[in-house]
Design a protein around this ligand. Sequence first.
Ligand code: AMP
Length: 289
Amino acid sequence: MMQVVRSKLELKKILSSQTNKSIGFVPTMGSLHEGHLALMKKARLENDFVVASVFVNPTQFGPNEDLDAYPRDETKDIELSENAKVDLLFIPSVEEIYPRKVSAQVKAVLAVDVLDGKARPGHFDGVLTVLLKLFMLVQPDRAYFGQKDAQQVAIVQNFVSDYFLPVDIRTVETVREADGLAKSSRNVNLLEEERNEAPVIHRALLAGKDRILSGCQSEQEILGAVQEVLQDVTLKLDYLALYSYPDFKPVTDFTKPMILATAVKYKKARLIDNEIVLPSGGEAECYEQ
Ligand code: AMP
């Protein structure tokens, strides 16, 4: 039977009774879907005790972003987590996590000048802040993140490594709808016409990926191939970029791993997606799948 816990004290009490058990942790912002469930499934396979959290973290939202419109469905989250065999679901209030103004700040500085780091100033500071707090509370052996948020994975991995945080970062590939659209909690905020159009995002990335895999070494041409698929669409391109992976630098060697990433804006939802490209057919250097 899964336990639902809302306070730090109760969380601590339950965790302290799990002696000699490995702990897997899946942090989420709720409105759970199959992407989150894939993380839970992997956590379940690799750990004795699985903790998931549902917390819409206000510090990772900018002033003009969708904090208030972010979808929430606690009843469904509890049901889905229970079905995924999570042992403990932590659903803290904002006051529980941020009881007062912090006395020292966490600031992401590496790989934040591109993609979502550039488009959402301060976003990754908020992500690292809440993760540090959650890692300290849960003290997991392993924590699970989705490759859909590839820049987040890289920044979290660097943070954990730089500060010797005793947690192993594990990743899971992007889970998609049958038509290719990356699953996202924000998809429910798409209008019907937008939802019908949105699979074009992934199709466009795949067109760029194809161009790279067929040997193209011109960034302009690769991005052009993506944009060609995005003609006559209603979405607004926030960014579309190609970087080396996992260090998010301008590409100088087209035979090494790269990431083709995009963010698009619809009326009430901003969506991100990416494709990792391994031109040599090899494995991406840093992050296991
Ligand atoms: P979120 O609730 O959107 O903050 O996401 C929580 C975790 O689930 C993050 O590590 C995300 O990368 C991951 N995630 C979200 N959507 C997907 C997806 N479609 N496939 C795989 N992982 C995902």
